[in-house]
Design a protein around this ligand. Structure first.
Ligand SMILES: NC(=O)c1ccc[n+]([C@@H]2O[C@H](COP(=O)([O-])OP(=O)(O)OC[C@H]3O[C@@H](n4cnc5c(N)ncnc54)[C@H](OP(=O)(O)O)[C@@H]3O)[C@@H](O)[C@H]2O)c1
Length: 275
């Protein structure tokens, strides 16, 4: 039995599908089973990573697990998993752990990796760069006028499709390589200006990026995240404006198929952008 935490998320719901297609028995953990839409063959169990008392039942007979990195809250899960006889943990981490300046996000993910490494179970880390899924945050602006506002429009990152992250995580669960950390990027470094243009071209509408001052963007980000996370994201954009992100071959090496392009990702999400 494989337990997938974060199973309702961008990566997790694609991972569940990969594992079902591979013929695995899958259990999905969620805080709210009533609203969860997953394939019928998935066993859905209630659980909260911040409430360890909810976890032993979810971990019964689980030999491998995909762990979503709820910051500062993994010890209860890891203790319960070890007691349940779980052998291998695949942790969703972040490329930020490899940055020269870790920043708050890198530090949080590194602490998650350390907790898993200290657990005594075998592990694989999946370290994606920025998710293409983050750009769904632009959907409202694309639908209403087509002007996407943000800072550092020229910042060229190599965003990764959540389906490819899931495919690598599935591989790490199906053919465990203990002690391996997979660093993932998408296949192209694309600026925000270029990504908005691709969204417009794919949807067949006019869309463009418009620059905003960093401080204004920071104020908006603070509605959704703590100040150190907002500063990290803006610093990451500033760095990618100065020097484009590198592109890594990991996804093709692990899965045998090329990493999905940004245009393919947009085409998959046309409905989300109102197309
Ligand atoms: N966005 C990026 O650019 C980026 C880059 C690198 C790494 N990452 C990592 O990837 C994560 C986001 O992954 P995602 O986009 O797949 O997730 P997501 O779509 O944001 O969904 C969050 C998932 O986490 C689960 N969750 C949250 N708190 C939980 C808790 N206390 N107990 C149990 N489950 C909990 C939710 O489950 P329920 O609501 O169903 O309970 C949901 O399935 C980030 O948090 C970060 O660690 C992100």
């Amino acid at each position: 039995m494989i337990l997938v935490t974060g199973a309702t998320g961008n990566v997790g719901h694609n991972l569940v599908r990969e594992l079902i297609n591979a013929g695995e028995k899958v259990r999905a953990l969620t805080r709210d089973p009533a609203t969860t839409a997953l394939p019928d063959s998935v066993e859905i169990v209630p659980g909260d990573l911040t409430r360890p008392e909810t976890l032993p039942a979810a971990l019964k007979d689980v030999d491998r697990a995909f762990l979503f990195p709820v910051f500062g809250a993994l010890d209860g899960f890891l203790t319960a998993a070890k007691e349940a006889g779980t052998r291998h943990i695949v942790l969703l981490s972040s490329a930020a752990v490899t940055f020269p300046q870790l920043g708050w996000i890198g530090e949080q993910h590194l602490a998650c990796e350390q907790a898993v490494a200290d657990s005594g179970m075998s592990w694989t880390f999946v370290r994606p760069s920025v998710f293409m899924a983050n750009d769904l945050g632009w959907a409202h602006q694309v639908k209403h006028g087509g002007i996407v506002r943000g800072a550092y429009g020229g910042a060229a990152m190599a965003p990764v499709d959540e389906r490819d992250i899931a495919a690598v995580a599935a591989h790490a669960l199906l053919s465990p390589r203990p002690g391996k950390a997979y660093e993932l990027t998408g296949p192209q470094a694309l600026s925000q200006i270029e990504r908005v243009r691709i969204i417009g071209e794919t949807l067949g509408l006019s869309a463009r990026f418009e620059e905003m001052p960093r401080n204004d963007v920071r104020r908006q980000l603070l509605d959704h995240m703590p100040p150190p996370a907002a500063d990290f994201l803006l610093d990451q954009l500033a760095a990618a404006q100065a020097e484009p992100d590198s592109v890594l071959p990991t996804i093709e090496q692990v899965t045998g198929h090329p990493a999905r392009t940004y245009a393919e990702w947009v085409a998959h999400h046309v409905a989300d952008f109102g197309g």
